[in-house]
Design a protein around this ligand. Sequence first.
Ligand SMILES: *[C@@H]1O[C@H](CO)[C@@H](O)[C@H](O)[C@H]1NC(C)=O
Ligand SMILES: *[C@@H]1O[C@H](CO)[C@@H](O)[C@H](O)[C@H]1NC(C)=O
Ligand SMILES: *[C@@H]1O[C@H](CO)[C@@H](O)[C@H](O)[C@H]1NC(C)=O
Length: 221
Amino acid sequence: ARGLKLLFLDVPARADIRSPVTLKCEYDLEGGNLYSVKWYKDGSEFFRYMPDYNPESRAVKTSGISVDLPNSDMNQVTITNLQFNNSGNYKCEVSTEAPNFETVANSSNMTVMAYPSEDPMIEGVLSTYSAYSRVWEYRPGADETDSQGLHTKTIGLHFQILNSHFSSEGGLSRKMEIRCTSTVGESTRHKSIQPKLNRALTSNKLAQERQANAAGQLSYV
Ligand SMILES: *[C@@H]1O[C@H](CO)[C@@H](O)[C@H](O)[C@H]1NC(C)=O
Ligand SMILES: *[C@@H]1O[C@H](CO)[C@@H](O)[C@H](O)[C@H]1NC(C)=O
Ligand SMILES: *[C@@H]1O[C@H](CO)[C@@H](O)[C@H](O)[C@H]1NC(C)=O
């Protein structure tokens, strides 16, 4: 039995808005002659490859999708200058010419995301704390959006250090780790800092520390 077969469609579930993305479509002509490979986004064609035409590769200018023609061919299409609205359903459709006139297609969804370009930042933490000091407070849950639609999220932590957080070895300072992790799609980034904990502080040092706390701000960026 002969018959055109679609072997494999590779449309990444998530694409980073800062990088080009290549979608792949592999098929077995089973002896037939290729007529066309067409790519559709949400049902609208944006790229076609037709070996009997000159040029063989064409992109639809009004599609809102920037096709990188030199990096697109009968088995793949590369999209550059991604926009958030390039998220959607991508379909590859392959057809053979006479005498077979067969068509196969498959599709998959892709979401365009902006992965963080930097590790998260931890701000407002001192290098040393003693019992009953507060680690820090921060505006909880702030979410700023810039003109390109990129979000900056802020989360606060209010934490009181208790005697139970100190080692039983008495007098020895020990480290506490504060870690912030951001996860967007497959991208995970983290930042951690390790303020020291001092069990025994003289009242003088305590006063100094309170002052530093009030003034606020060693920041670790
Ligand atoms: C997609 O987003 C870009 C950039 O924000 C905008 O210029 C373009 O008009 C949008 N296209 C559609 C079809 O909404
Ligand atoms: C379409 O792709 C999905 C997975 O992406 C696969 O499970 C399915 O078998 C494919 N269908 C055809 C007709 O190739
Ligand atoms: C693809 O996206 C459409 C529209 O959001 C949705 O209806 C559909 O269920 C999605 N398909 C898959 C396989 O996730």
